[in-house]
Design a protein around this ligand. Structure first.
Ligand SMILES: [Zn+2]
Length: 262
């Protein structure tokens, strides 16, 4: 975040203000306007972006308030500042959560909005359903030192372009973040790592992840790809990098930090 950006504060209800921003969520795309396209559509307060009250609006299926001007979050990146992008991602995540928690997961009753929490509550069995965040680790593994140091970059089987990135995976219940790093690297490329260090995190609203970025050091093993997830993986020096992800991804931050490090 640049110092000039206005901070966003998540909250349940708006502060006194005359400024509002409405993030219409059309399936998983957004159309942002300073007034709601339809007062009858369900809305969820997101929080205050400086003096501006931000709302997410659940656009009913088949409606098109922007007349085709809605954009997906990938395309929005870089066209608004990083805080505005994160707020749009929050809108998509919360609206998608609202759409999928209308009934109790335990007893099937229709749920209602809880009073003082961001939660849907079951009036019959009292189950509270909070917005779901799925933590995922992403790791840049290095081996060696100085100019000869290499980083392990891999091409996922589902990547739309032939680019190489850091290794990533979801944290399992019962696991801590360091254990998730060690396990994911071992599972995906057969490498043992240690000296795991946290670098930075990033909300990743595709659909509801929180990416936690790490560095790790090579200990032992040869690359053996899990071909269900990884098409190819190699060690690269700073001089011979393949195509790497764009600035939207924390993978790029991890790689850029490494490039600047020598
Ligand atoms: Zn229930």
């Amino acid at each position: 975040m640049s110092p000039s950006e206005i901070p966003f504060r998540p909250s349940l209800a708006p502060a006194e203000t005359s400024e509002h921003r409405y993030i219409h969520v059309v399936q998983t795309k957004v159309f942002i306007d300073d007034r709601p396209a339809d007062d009858g559509w369900e809305r969820h307060f997101l929080g205050m972006h400086g003096e501006v009250a931000c709302w997410g609006i659940d656009v009913p299926h088949g409606e098109d308030p922007g007349y085709g001007a809605e954009t997906d979050l990938y395309s929005l990146f870089g066209r608004v500042d990083s805080t505005e992008w994160a707020v749009a991602g929050r809108a998509v995540q919360l609206i998608e959560w609202a759409r999928t928690h209308k009934f109790c997961g335990r007893c099937g009753e229709p749920t209602v909005m809880a009073q003082n929490d961001r939660a849907y509550q079951c009036p019959a069995c009292r189950l509270m359903q909070f917005p779901r965040l799925s933590p995922a680790i992403i790791t840049l593994v290095t081996r060696g030192e100085g100019d000869a140091q290499q980083a392990l970059l891999a091409r996922g089987v589902n990547f739309p372009m032939p680019l190489y990135s850091c290794l990533a995976g979801f944290v399992e219940p019962g696991e801590n973040l360091e254990q998730a790093v060690v396990r994911e690297v071992e599972e995906e490329v057969g490498i043992v790592v240690n000296n795991i260090e946290y670098v930075a995190s990033q909300p990743w609203p595709f659909p509801n992840s929180l990416m936690l970025g790490f560095r790790a050091q090579y200990v032992s093993g040869d690359i053996v790809c899990d071909t269900t997830e990884i098409a190819d993986a190699n060690w690269y020096t700073r001089e011979e990098l393949p195509m790497i992800p764009g600035a939207i991804s924390i993978a790029r931050r991890l790689i850029d930090d490494w490039l600047l490090q020598r």
